[in-house]
Design a protein around this ligand. Structure first.
Ligand code: TRP
Length: 343
């Protein structure tokens, strides 16, 4: 995949998360760290995608509601600055739902069935054939999220690439069918750090698999999780040679250890034999806490004033609505369904 340089000119960035649980290290490495960097040089929107979370949590609106607040806290704690980044709640921008209705007509069922991420999620959630229509079609609603803001850059993890592909197709169809240039084709911006595996070494970090380290975990919890982390199962005694590749402890060190030289030395020694897992995990714990302690402290500070958080979300949502409704007016005009507009 070609990497895009987002240095000089100003881009419109849109990205976000489903509020279905607190954010974890996977989110942090995959996207949150980038957002903090990107926010000053670009116009950045962050969507708390509650409507998307409801597509597979229709029976749990309380869970979604509670996590909106938790996710907002995570954002502020990692350094997303509401003075420059617009943080907003998806369901309170109804223009997104309206756009979704129009886009649904531009996408076929077989096209949705091909989405590999949705396919995986359907399997993981055990929907069988009882897939909620809203869940099945959420990539279309995600296209609305992105295009309503005319975002040209979407910083995401690899699992979201199919959504960006789907968005591009919708943009092309829309602009072609309605003979306009209203919608902008977005580009995905991938993190330079590869996706973090779960603490069990399996696949990605995912709350439902119970293999995550959350940004809000206490130091004690992090300590316990690091101690129990999966490593190389063949590395039984300290003298045994160990494997670095696919070993989650080293994957995390790659993502977090600022001292790349000593990390390289540790890897060499581990491969060769003579370096115990306890030592490597100790180093991991040290670098993780160095990064997460200040985040946890800021999170705690923000927790003291919930009204302040709600104000940030309310103001962000109002600002986002203004932008989305401008795009919607253009969309309606292009579709010739702006019936009461005098021309
Ligand atoms: N699908 C994303 C996730 O699961 C959340 C999301 C919703 C999103 N709308 C978006 C991400 C728009 C990027 C752009 O985390």
């Amino acid at each position: 995949m070609k990497r895009i340089s987002v240095k000089s000119e100003k881009h419109v960035i849109l990205t976000g998360d489903r509020p279905s649980g607190p954010l974890h290290l996977g989110h942090y490495v995959g996207s949150l760290r980038q957002r903090v960097e990107l926010q000053h040089k670009n116009k950045q929107f962050i969507i708390i995608a509650d409507a998307q979370a409801l597509t597979d949590n229709a029976e749990n609106p309380e869970k979604v509601r509670k996590n909106i607040f938790e996710v907002a806290l995570d954002y502020l704690a990692v350094g997303i600055d509401p003075a420059v980044t617009t943080i907003f709640i998806q369901s309170l921008v109804p223009e997104l739902a309206e756009l979704t209705m129009y886009y649904l007509n531009l996408v076929t069922i077989p096209r949705l069935q091909r989405n590999p991420t949705v396919k995986d999620e359907i399997k993981q959630r055990g929907f069988g054939t009882g897939i909620p229509v809203g869940f099945f079609a959420y990539p279309v609603s995600q296209a609305a999220d992105i295009t309503a803001f005319k975002a040209d850059i979407v910083p995401v993890g690899e699992d979201q690439l199919p959504m960006i592909e789907q968005t591009k197709e919708i943009v092309r169809s829309f602009n072609r069918i309605y003979n306009c240039f209203v919608l902008i084709e977005p580009k995905a911006l991938l993190s330079s750090v590869p996706r973090l595996p779960g603490t069990d070494g399996k696949g990605k970090m995912s709350k439902s698999l119970g293999n995550v380290i959350s940004l809000c975990d206490s130091a004690d919890e992090i300590c316990r999780k690091v101690k129990n982390m999966y490593t190389d199962p063949k590395h039984l005694r300290v003298e045994d040679p160990g494997t670095v590749e696919g070993n989650p402890v080293f994957a995390y060190l790659d993502a977090f250890d600022p001292d790349k030289n000593s990390l390289q030395e540790m890897k060499d020694q581990y491969r060769h034999g003579g370096l115990g897992d306890v030592v490597v995990k100790h180093r991991l714990l040290e670098v993780l806490l160095a990064e997460l302690d200040p985040i946890r402290a800021r999170r705690k500070e923000f927790t003291q004033d919930p009204a302040h958080i709600m104000r940030i979300l309310k103001e962000g949502t109002e600002a986002a609505r203004e932008v989305a409704s401008r795009t919607l007016a253009e969309v309606r005009e292009a579709m010739h369904i702006d019936y009461f507009v005098n021309k």
